[in-house]
Design a protein around this ligand. Structure first.
Ligand SMILES: [Mg+2]
Length: 444
């Protein structure tokens, strides 16, 4: 404490003020100002620095404990000694509880005791401030600890969701989006969107209900390898958290980048898996199913048809004189013809129909929920469309090709399997070839 002690006397009674100021003058090193209301006291403390305030509780603009509460609220670091008229312990205790450091009876104010009272009040205030600061620091440390724990728990849960082999990517990303808010102290105040631009999930993004387009957000790009694959955006839709607050703190920015990195790795794994599945199931040239995958999926369709008594038909196709095309125009031209046939079939068929390349120029098509008559119509349409199509090839005028097709409906009553039914379709195809090609023949 400096040698001068600055004291503010807040006292509305002129007589009492005179008496108190007179006592104050006798205390060495005391410099006193005088305010007559709570409002003017607050003006004084805003303009000057004081060590101690002598506060009368009954003022024109505030009375009793309320006076202490309001004054201490406005000046939390200032030592306050309350002045009471009567020896009222209750009122004094109340004043202490509301933030005052000591109290004096107006009738017994004497210069001899004042110095000790002031020093005691200042000392006590300082101790209180230290306790308050230590408590605030502990609370803040606790808060930071919880923040870090939340971030770590979130990263851990996100990794688990992304690395769970049984979860499809869409489901995993849905989980991740739900988990991200838990990394913040107030998860309910933010929204999350995860955009995926590489076609791995049908909708192209997943988001929480609370996500809205707002400029107040954190975001990080997601990459698969060096390729942009999407982004994570975190928004605060209700209330804008101030820049530099926890919402935008560097550890939070780092967290979002880390989340984006892990999501990118999961997307990369999903891409590789998709490619592997593609390689394992489709014919590289035409993108029709390969023989193995065609037999697998069609076998399941046939079983289903037999189980539920639903019609199902098969088409066997063989391009006419395909060897001649290869011999005359080269294998590249032959490839174009094969691709054209599959593209045409795709245009004509429904999504649930299955097209497989069994080998060379031989294809099979499975038509679920289709009887023999309807299947023959489909085959006929395919045959006519192909025959009418100009197929562009390199270095020669467009080609026209034809196909022969055998059609068979699965014999449900005999629980006919895929192989047997394909065998009958193949026999019908053989007949179509024998009868001059560019024909559709139905099996018996
Ligand atoms: Mg008064």
């Amino acid at each position: 404490m400096s040698s001068t002690l600055n004291v503010l006397l807040v006292e509305d009674s002129p007589t009492q003020a005179l008496l108190t100021l007179a006592e104050l003058e006798k205390v060495p090193g005391v410099q006193a100002d005088h305010a007559v209301s709570l409002a003017s006291a607050l003006e004084f403390i805003a303009k000057n620095r004081y060590d101690v305030v002598l506060l009368d509780l009954t003022l024109p603009d505030s009375v009793g404990g309320e006076t202490v509460r309001r004054f201490c609220g406005a000046a939390p670091d200032l030592a306050v000694v309350v002045l009471t008229n009567h020896d009222d312990d209750d009122q004094a205790m109340q004043a202490l509880e509301r933030g005052a450091q000591d109290y004096l009876l107006k009738a017994s104010i004497e210069s001899s005791g004042l110095s000790r009272t002031f020093r005691y009040a200042v000392h006590r205030k300082r101790a209180e401030i230290q306790v308050r600061e230590a408590r605030d620091e502990a609370l803040e440390a606790n808060r930071q600890l919880e923040r870090r724990m939340r971030q770590i728990n979130c990263l851990y849960a996100v990794s688990q969701a992304l690395e769970a082999p049984e979860l499809p990517l869409q489901v995993a990303l849905d989980k991740v989006v739900g988990l991200i808010p838990t990394a913040w102290l107030m998860p309910e105040t933010l929204g999350v969107r995860l955009t995926c631009i590489n076609g791995l999930i049908p909708a192209g993004f997943v988001e929480t209900e609370g996500f809205v387009e707002t400029p107040w957000r954190l975001e990080a790009q997601v990459f698969t390898g060096a390729r942009p694959a999407g982004r994570i955006e975190i928004c605060w839709p209700q209330r804008h958290p101030p820049e530099g607050s926890e919402a935008f703190a560097s550890s939070e920015r780092e967290l979002v980048r880390e989340l984006a990195r892990r999501v990118g790795q999961a997307m990369e794994r999903a891409c590789v898996q998709k490619e592997l599945i593609q390689l394992a199931t489709t014919d590289f040239l035409t993108e029709a199913f390969n023989r193995r995958h065609y037999m697998q999926t069609s076998g399941a369709e046939v079983q289903r048809a037999v189980r539920y008594g639903r019609p199902l038909s098969l088409l066997m196709l063989d391009l006419d004189n395909f060897k001649d095309i290869n011999d005359r125009y080269g294998h590249a031209a032959g490839d174009e013809v094969l691709k054209a046939l599959v593209m045409l079939a795709r245009d004509l068929l429904r999504d649930q129909d299955i097209v497989g390349r069994l080998g060379g120029e031989e294809f099979a098509i499975t038509l679920p929920e289709t009887g023999l008559q309807a299947a023959v119509l489909v085959a006929e349409r395919l045959r006519v469309r192909l025959a009418d199509r100009d197929i562009a090839i390199h270095g020669a005028p467009p080609l026209r090709v034809t196909t022969s097709i055998g059609v068979a409906e699965c014999r449900l009553s005999a629980s006919e399997g895929l192989e047997a039914c394909l065998g009958r379709a193949d026999a019908a195809l053989y007949r179509a070839k024998g009868q001059g090609r560019n024909r559709v023949e139905a099996a018996e």
